[in-house]
Design a protein around this ligand. Structure first.
Ligand SMILES: Nc1ncnc2c1ncn2[C@@H]1O[C@H](COP(=O)(O)OP(=O)(O)OP(=O)(O)O)[C@@H](O)[C@H]1O
Ligand SMILES: [Mg+2]
Length: 469
């Protein structure tokens, strides 16, 4: 952006009162956090055209960013009294109310803004407001109508679904779908330790195709479709999927086992459609199905029954039969790839497969460093610990840190002082923890040796040294 800003500044030297250029510069400055310069640019626009709605809104946003919420709110309200359909002003008010912890009003403002302009729907705000009902909603708890992503209304009976499960709140817009996650992740590859080969593979198979969509179109090659990540438990499949979204600044919409099972029980192909619609409307997005074997398992008995509708709905959404999946990448993760029905691996579906191995020694050292950032550490020799943790997954290493922390905390509580963790504590904890990936490889080896159709498990065999690289 900095380069673009320089070009704009230069252009403005020649045409200092050009309002569109000034607006571009101001918006660019806001994006880059150059709040003061943005303010000056908005003011220059207003000095020529005091009614310029976007510039007025710009000043309101500037005030908000400068930590003056009341001034920002007054400005936004003035805009709305002149231009009642200014959706962005409602969204700003929603943000202001959120920082003031007035979530009911925030919800009201947000809903008004999004009703005026659906493209302004903001996953971040939605997350803050999930579970908050609009003030006008006087439902008595029996039935709740919620506006879903596509603007249609879905009704969910409240009585048959316990609301006690706070981890999956159901109130409000997207969260009526009970998503496990919906956000633009801050996590990117830098926050994931090691996994260099995997990151490169993801760049080649996922990121570059998305970034060079025109090239692929020129060769009439379809992008999109799905990628299946498989590997032992705890090796970071979920983590790397989220980081991939963060890496390309895409929205991350995740369904976990709970949501998938809920759909099975409710036989809800309509919800499946809503989830895909949400991803399409928020493109570029990554739609992540964790433990996808819950959905894609080769269970012919179920496929004959009512559950068949759900599977068919999923497959036809994936094929994009009725809608365009441009800019939507579907990632499925599983540690039981052998249960995945081959129908799910046809072209255009999960047609790319990536094996996520446990970290090698260098990878473990990198993960150890990432994890150590959050703890009080005395001296740390990541390589020494990495040497002692062969076969450990990322989750195993996390368990080692937890064990060691507990131990040190016990001492700390006695003395009342923070005692830093040391390499020795961690190595001791590692000796008490059994790595969890070995059992997985025992099963995987059987499938890889005896049902390795079209080389599906070649990477597993290579990892085990049973196939030459
Ligand atoms: N490369 C890594 N860098 C940092 N932390 C990691 C890494 N790999 C795993 N972890 C840690 O291990 C935890 C488990 O990882 P994650 O849930 O992504 O594994 P998974 O492969 O999806 O496991 P499962 O198959 O059980 O779903 C993460 O929350 C994280 O704390
Ligand atoms: Mg996972």
């Amino acid at each position: 952006m900095a380069q673009n800003l320089d070009a704009l500044r230069l252009a403005l030297q020649h045409s200092p009162d050009n309002a569109p250029l000034l607006m571009l510069l101001a918006d660019g400055c806001l994006e880059d956090g150059l709040v003061d310069e943005a303010e000056q640019s908005f003011q220059r626009v207003l000095s020529h055209d005091p009614a310029h709605a976007e510039a007025r809104l710009g000043l309101a946003r500037v005030a908000f960013l400068q930590g003056k919420p009341s001034q920002a709110a007054v400005r936004a309200e003035q805009i709305l009294s002149d231009t009642p359909a200014c959706a962005a002003a409602y969204l700003l008010l929603a943000r202001i109310h959120i920082t003031e912890n007035d979530l009911t009003r925030a919800r009201a403002m947000y809903d008004k803004g999004v009703a005026l302009n659906r493209s302004l729907a903001d996953p971040g705000i939605e997350k803050d407001l999930h579970g908050i009902k609009p003030a006008s909603d006087d439902d008595s708890g029996r039935k709740r109508a919620a506006i879903t992503s596509s603007g249609s209304h879905i009704e969910s009976a409240n009585g048959d679904k316990s609301d006690e499960d706070d981890s999956h709140p159901r109130g409000g817009t997207a969260f009526d779908l009970g998503l496990a996650d919906f956000e633009k992740p801050k996590l990117n590859f830098a926050g994931v330790g090691g996994m260099e080969a995997l990151k490169e593979e993801i760049r080649m198979k996922i990121i570059y195709p998305l970034q060079h969509a025109e090239l692929f179109k020129a060769y009439d090659k379809k992008i999109g479709g799905g990628v299946l990540l498989y590997g032992p438990p705890g090796v970071g499949k979920t983590l790397i999927s989220k980081a991939t979204a963060g890496e390309i600044k895409a929205n991350f919409i995740a369904l976990g086992l709970h949501q998938i099972l809920d759909m099975w029980i409710g036989n809800s192909e309509k919800n499946m459609h809503e989830v895909f619609e949400l991803a399409r409307q928020n493109a570029p997005s990554i739609l992540f199905f964790d433990e996808v074997d819950a959905l894609a398992a080769d269970r012919r008995d179920l496929r004959q029954s009512a559950g068949r509708n759900l599977i068919n709905a999923f497959l036809s959404e994936m094929d994009g039969a009725e809608s365009d999946n441009d800019g939507v990448l579907i990632i499925g993760a599983t540690n039981a790839p052998w249960h995945i029905d081959p129908a799910f691996r046809r072209p255009g579906r999960f047609d790319r497969t990536i094996f996520v191995p446990p970290p090698d020694e260098g990878g473990r050292a990198a993960i150890i460093e990432v994890m150590a950032r959050k703890k009080p550490i005395g001296e740390l020799d990541p390589h020494a610990l990495a040497k002692k943790t062969d076969g450990f997954s990322g989750a195993d290493i996390k368990a080692v840190f937890d064990l060691a922390t507990e131990e040190v905390l016990n001492h700390a509580m006695k003395t009342g002082k923070v005692i830093p963790l040391t390499t020795k504590d961690l190595i001791k904890a590692a000796s008490r923890h059994k790595p969890t990936t070995k059992a997985w490889f025992e099963s995987a080896k059987n499938y890889a040796m005896y049902s390795n159709q079209s080389g599906f498990y070649d990477d597993v065999l290579k990892h085990l040294g049973l196939l030459k690289r």
